[in-house]
Design a protein around this ligand. Sequence first.
Ligand code: ZN
Ligand code: MN
Length: 483
Amino acid sequence: MVAGKENREEIEGEDVRIGLECHAQLLTKSKLFCGCSTDYRGAEPNTHCCEVCLGLPGALPVVNEQALKFALKVALALNCDIQPKTLFYRKNYFYPDLPRGFQISQYDFPIALNGYLSIESDGVERKIRIRRVHLEEDPGKLVYPGSITTAKYVLVDYNRSGVPLVEIVTEPDLRSPREARIFLAKLRSILEYLGVFNGDLEGAMRVDANISLGGGERVEVKNISSLKGVERALAFEITRQRNFLRRGQSIQQETRFYDEERGITVAMRTKEFEQDYRYFPEPDLVPIQISAELVDALKAEIPEMPDEKMRRFLRQYALTREQAKALTEDIFVADFYEAVASEIDARFAATWVADVLKGELNYRGMSMREALKRVSPENFVRLLKMLRSGEIAERAAVEILREMLDRGGSPEEILRRKHLKRLSSAEIEHAVDEVISEHAKAVSDFKAGKKEALNFLVGQVLKKTRGRADPKEARNILAQKLQ
Ligand code: ZN
Ligand code: MN
């Protein structure tokens, strides 16, 4: 029952309705209701805690103003209506990751309503409606020694407890797992453009997805923690539901969890209803009035967003649409590109950033944010200038870039250390002579009219010179000698 690419039709039917609840950690220095540091990754468990985020009796929460401003910016970037009055509520449920027995969240009076996010799906622009945006605190983290199914006990780490989350809830406007992935990638891009989120951090975005087919009951899949996971979980779930319907069975409303390792969804419990949470206003926090002045001030701080930037790149740098898109999906790539393009031909720079650099990053599973620790725009410009001046061949430029990404260093230093300077014509000629004498068969094939033999011989010259020869030059010298 694994859903693969081959049954795209089945998992993208017109009857598919998908809605998402996305939780993103906001990049504040302290937690949502106390002064504890949010920089807890890698720290000893339960060392970033105080009486507030541990839920000790009598401890009083205080709202983090920065978190509120960040969430308001997110809502504005998603074209939402900011609500003039917003309120925190207690969402009651009993679970060991929740030390108070309730989560401070929002219910009626969220910070914003009725927005949208535009995505491009199969070349068509689609507006995905945003139902609401609200703020809430992250629960602690449960750690199951071994795996969730075999663990004999569970450990709780409250370092994460109280970290601010912005929750973004969509209407059920998504029509396929693929669209859900595109939506989340775009959302992540916008959050990073706003500077309120770091998608590189483990667990920084967690998604609950609900799916229904043909107007039937909704099934919710909880706590999916990667973009790929969302697409896979949804594909699996749609196939599972279709098989049910095919057998004449009906879908029950329920909550399932996604088992990332096995790539399947597993029944957790029949769906709880809203009243089970016994929401009521948090008596320890006063309602917050959001002034028009604050909203205007925050609006003024919103930077150029990805779609706008793409349109500007198209105009300003005369790029292809694919390149402009590839260069603006990630704010760190966009900024890097602009720094490079200010020093060297913009289209040449686009090829090297959008195609070569991004390709190398993909291959490594490395983000641009991470790569910046090793490759600065200045070093990248110097590398491209070495290539343009003919000091190095293209293959050597790629090799230097790889070394920069893997170990760091300046292009000049790597060039010297790895002896990648481009060979002179005399040196290439020498290599050509050797190749001709070593490959008599290919030489005679070529002379007998087999044109492909030349490609083989050029390949041998490049191999012998470890990419330091210019391929065109090697080909010319070879062709001359074989006449
Ligand atoms: Zn605390
Ligand atoms: Mn939530």
